[in-house]
Design a protein around this ligand. Structure first.
Ligand code: NDP
Length: 321
């Protein structure tokens, strides 16, 4: 079979469309024919070596497809089942072996591409809005990169929870998408804090900032949070936030900062299934719109990485074998 393989860390050119050995599922795993593989920012960190992954490896942490074989100790899945998974490696391939513990059934009404598109970013938006800072009516929040994969979903879930959502984006086209997802106001990054202060008529109007951009937005975001509010720093698409003086949290109003990770919010079967039920249920009910902004042939994964890192994408980016 063919897969994207990385034998050396580096730029997108390190993605090598190669003939590789067929995976074999262990006793607690599923062999899956991949229908669609999701592209996530973390794939670029793995490719670059910013997050440690042993070489060589097949990138990708999310996808959907049809079960071909199940391991001897798998009870809840059978050949022919349509499944999706996240937080399991090796998805940039025609076939992959996935731990059954990472897989969920895909309901009939949800097509394969949407299932691959919503799991990782949808679960992330879901835990940020409902668990990291459980939003309620009357809360005001900021979502950076509001037209991105996580951003568009988080704006919708936050709005559904009754929050007022501000967003940032880099272009007018992206701003229109963030607004149509429910943001009350969309700002450019330059001077976003002043723009939000002016809009809200308060010095510190935000209950929570959801920041997946990191280096270029963190400090300014902190200055907007009301006393005892929360900075949820969940990513670093502009680069990691440098070491931070905790005394700044005192000076800014006894603030909280968290650096959450999806794995800790889907750690049990029960929590994974509950999130999947809720996210798929919202898609089925028509209350969560999943935007697939671009589809690339799996063979052209390097182009997908260039687009994502070059800020040329909106919503979800998929790879199709
Ligand atoms: P996005 O679709 O949001 O793409 C990244 C976006 O970041 C770009 O489109 C761009 O939007 C914005 N951006 C701002 N500055 C830069 C920059 N210097 N270079 C590149 N992009 C920039 O990606 P995802 O939805 O996949 O992920 C968003 C963030 O969430 C990432 O940091 C990712 O690592 C993190 N994440 C964290 C998880 C967790 O559990 N902690 C789980 C999933 C994702 P614009 O042009 O509008 O600025």
């Amino acid at each position: 079979m063919r897969a994207q393989r990385i034998t050396e860390h580096g730029g997108p050119e390190r993605l090598d469309w190669a003939e590789v050995e067929e995976p074999r599922p262990g006793d607690e795993a599923l062999l899956v024919e991949v229908a669609a593989a999701g592209v996530n920012f973390i794939d670029t960190y793995h490719r670059e070596g910013r997050y440690t992954v042993a070489l060589p490896f097949i990138p990708g942490v999310e996808g959907s497809g049809t079960v071909l074989e199940v391991g001897a100790r798998v009870a809840d899945f059978a050949p022919g089942d349509r499944i999706a998974w996240c937080n399991a490696p090796g998805g940039y391939a025609e076939r992959v072996a996935i731990p059954a513990a990472r897989a969920v059934h895909v309901p009939d009404g949800v097509p394969d591409d949407l299932a691959a598109a919503v799991l990782l970013q949808g679960f992330t938006a879901h835990y940020l809005a409902f668990d990291t800072f459980p939003l309620t009516a009357g809360d005001t929040c900021l979502v950076h990169a509001g037209a991105g994969g996580v951003g568009l979903l988080l704006i919708q879930l936050a709005t559904a929870a009754g929050a007022r959502v501000h967003a940032t984006t880099s272009t007018d086209e992206k701003a229109a998408l963030a607004a149509s997802a429910g943001a009350v106001a969309v700002h450019r990054y330059e001077g976003f804090a002043d723009a939000i202060r002016q809009y809200e008529g308060k010095e510190r109007p935000l209950d929570v900032v959801y920041d997946g951009v990191g280096a270029t937005t963190f400090d300014e975001g902190l200055s907007l949070i009301r006393p005892r509010g929360l900075m949820a720093l969940f990513g670093a698409s502009s680069g990691p936030v440098p070491p931070f003086d905790l005394q700044g949290l005192n000076a800014n109003g006894s603030l909280y900062v968290t650096r959450p990770s999806l794995g800790h919010y889907i750690a049990t079967r029960r929590e994974l299934d509950a999130r999947a039920r809720d996210v798929f249920g919202r898609i089925d009910a028509g209350t969560l719109d999943v935007r697939v902004g671009a589809r690339f042939p799996l063979a052209d994964a390097a182009d997908a990485h260039r687009a994502l890192e070059g800020r040329a994408t909106t919503g979800k980016v998929l790879l199709l074998p």
